[in-house]
Design a protein around this ligand. Structure first.
Ligand code: COA
Length: 335
């Protein structure tokens, strides 16, 4: 049985650190409120002129280097982002050109905070069927240029940061057993009845022109969120999805070396880990340093874990995410 394996990991965070105190200078918030409600202490913001593919490039290069592969070895790029460089074409095309790949397949996916898991499922299907041999899966986001820094946007703005993570995936023969290396199970879902609970309305193809001065005045180009509802859904769907992949593989939380959840709120992750019975020391959190980097979050976490030496080959990883759409999912990977 062919298994999808992680060949290389990389991440890149822009150097500019933005603390809670700095945000409190432009909106009515405080370090105390943000830390207590979310666990976030600081996040990273890009400099003017830097887009999602610019952040993705160094992350992808690191992942390729770790995999011992050249950009010309890639057969497919999957770029997960809700903040593409431009409306079209997709950021995967910009990245493909910048990396210097052959004329390969390059596609963007828009499943927000679950983007990495959706991308993983797509890559897994292509690799296991032998369609492609090496896939670059990237999550990269520039949120800082799309946030409302007035009091109106404080509930959302304090949560998000910029960053990129990348994984090079390849195919390897496995025995079809839970002891195999690679992706053991990945499941993703959506429930579009929640689409308007966390969304960004403008620009919209339903209006002509797509963006008006009135829309800008009303802040419709900024994300809007029903925070309490999202919190409730996240703490229900993430453990449910994670338990599903464990059950499917006949495993328990005790088998998991590292739980790497999406980083939207430390309180969400503490609750999810508790529901799953995973102790804090086996749950990876970096939200205090980066905030929510949406599709970039899980690959940044994986790359940091590997770089720190805490993740060893053979370790079982449990991933879970929830986000706008609503979309959610979970995966079990033996590193
Ligand atoms: N600073 C200070 N006060 C703030 C604030 C901020 N940045 N943002 C909101 N508030 C205020 C609200 O206006 C409200 O004031 P009021 O009681 O006078 O009306 C009060 O804080 C409580 O707001 P509430 O929304 O009930 O807070 P909460 O405890 O639910 O925490 C979130 C807010 C956003 C941190 C929380 O709902 C959350 O994390 N939700 C999930 C978000 C998420 O995961 N999003 C991404 C999904 S991928």
């Amino acid at each position: 049985m062919i298994r999808t394996v992680i060949e290389g990991l990389g991440h890149y965070l822009p150097p500019r650190v933005v603390t809670n105190e700095e945000l409190a200078q432009s909106m009515n918030t405080s370090d105390e409120w943000i830390v207590q409600r979310t666990g976030i202490r600081e996040r990273r913001y890009v400099e003017d002129g830097v887009g999602a593919s610019d952040l993705a490039l160094p992350a992808a290069q690191k992942a390729l280097e770790q995999a011992g592969l050249a950009p010309t070895d890639l057969d497919l790029i999957i770029f997960a982002t809700l903040s593409p460089d431009v409306c079209f074409p997709g950021s995967a095309c910009f990245l493909q050109a910048r990396l210097g790949c052959r004329p390969i397949a390059a596609l963007d996916i828009r499943t927000q905070c679950s983007g990495f898991l959706y991308g993983l499922q797509i890559a897994d299907a292509f690799l296991r069927t032998g369609t492609y041999r090496h896939v670059l899966l990237v999550g990269a986001e520039v949120h800082s240029t799309g946030l409302d820094f007035s009091d109106r946007g404080r509930d959302v703005t304090v949560l998000f940061g910029d960053g990129a993570g990348a994984v090079v995936l390849g195919a390897r023969e496995g025995a079809g057993l839970p002891s195999d290396s690679g992706v053991l199970c990945v499941r993703v879902c959506a429930d579009g009845t929640g689409a308007k609970e966390l969304w960004c309305v403008a620009p919209t193809s339903a209006r002509m022109p797509r963006l008006t001065h009135k829309m800008l005045e009303d802040g419709l180009h900024f994300p809007q969120m029903n925070g309490r509802l999202v919190f409730r859904w996240a703490t229900e769907k993430m453990p449910e999805a994670a338990q599903q992949v464990l059950d499917e593989m006949g495993m328990t939380a005790n088998d998991v070396r590292w739980f790497v959840p999406h980083q939207a709120n430390l309180r969400i992750n503490e609750l999810v880990a508790r529901k799953l019975g995973i102790p804090d020391e086996r749950c990876w959190n970096n939200i205090e340093r980066y905030g929510n980097t949406t599709a970039a979050t899980i690959p940044i976490g994986l790359s940091e874990l590997a770089e720190s030496g805490k993740l060893q080959r053979g370790d079982l990883l449990l991933l879970a995410a929830f986000g706008s759409g609503f979309t959610w999912g979970s995966a079990l990977i033996r590193y």
